[in-house]
Ligand binder design. Structure first.
Ligand code: ZN
Length: 290
């Protein structure tokens, strides 16, 4: 009788055990976050900030005062973030270097003179680096005519050389002369346009700026920022052919850097407009996606 009771009890425990193991397996299967291809969270979390003009007035979505920019840098410094360059990211993907524990990337589009006159001194103060993506036509033509005004002027080739001399700036390309929505959306392919003729148009435009970079600075750009964030897949082979290893979009989401160099194509960025305080902005963008 007693033995029979023990056998029954054993059976109950066995069934309970199997039931608990099944529950545990089911829980694990359904509690894992869903990950889509291309948004792997196994890499290093990298937020990228997009700035344009650093100027006192007027404050718009693409113009930020030097005071707010300084607050941003102080926030990052005080919270242990370290800026990284595109070259550092590339070295990481090639197993040649590690990244800091809390990396962040700062980028500037359009090539405003105030990136040199107002932003660089602050980057130096906080020992930080950034990527500045210039529009070749602005540097070649527009900047030569304007008077180096902090508020609206563009960088000349002399300014570009000075930025590079600081050792904390990488110069990216923002196209030679496709920073417009008149002919097409930025540098993207038009509906119905032949892929071959698109590729040769893009090769000519981007190649012109790469040649000028080589001539004025001794090296070509490795970073490309899509004008207005208009990305198209047809641009990628041309960008790779011209030596770009990192491209920047305007999609606002976190990046995860892996040991695969292809993860540097199409990095997302958060536009920094002055509507939020440094704390509110960074609290928002420094969240890893779950
Ligand atoms: Zn732009």
């Amino acid at each position: 009788m007693y033995g029979c009771y023990r056998t029954e009890k054993f059976k109950i425990f066995l069934i309970l055990d199997v039931f608990l193991v099944l529950c545990w397996m089911l829980f694990n299967a359904f509690s894992r976050p869903v990950r889509s291809a291309g948004s792997s969270q196994e890499g290093i979390f990298l937020p990228v900030v997009m700035y344009h003009s650093i100027t006192d007035h007027p404050q718009t979505d693409y113009q930020l005062s030097p005071e707010i920019f300084a607050q941003d840098l102080y926030y990052l410094y005080a919270n242990g973030y370290q800026t990284v360059s595109a070259e550092q990211l590339l070295a990481y993907t090639r197993h040649e270097a590690d990244l800091p524990e809390k990396p962040v990337m700062l980028t500037f589009d359009d090539g405003f003179y105030n990136n040199l006159s107002l932003a660089l001194p602050l980057l130096e103060e906080y020992d930080m680096c950034a990527v500045i993506s210039i529009v070749g036509y602005y540097t070649d033509v527009t900047a030569e005519k304007d008077p180096h005004a902090d508020r609206y002027s563009y960088l000349t080739w002399g300014d570009v050389q000075e930025l590079l001399k600081s050792g904390r700036i990488e110069i990216g390309s923002h196209t030679y002369n496709l920073h417009s929505n008149a002919e097409r959306a930025g540098c993207s392919i038009r509906i119905g346009e032949q892929e071959e003729s698109y590729a040769s148009m893009l090769r000519e435009d981007l190649g012109k700026l790469q040649s000028e970079m080589q001539m004025h600075t001794g090296s070509i750009s490795g970073v490309f920022a899509y004008p207005y964030g208009f990305v198209c897949r047809e641009s990628v082979p041309v960008l790779k052919e011209l030596g770009f290893f990192c491209t920047l979009t305007c999609r606002e989401e976190p990046n995860y850097i892996t040991r695969d160099a292809d993860c540097l194509y199409g990095l997302s960025r958060y536009n920094r407009n002055p509507a939020e305080s440094a704390e509110a902005f960074f609290t928002r963008i420094l969240q890893k996606s779950s």
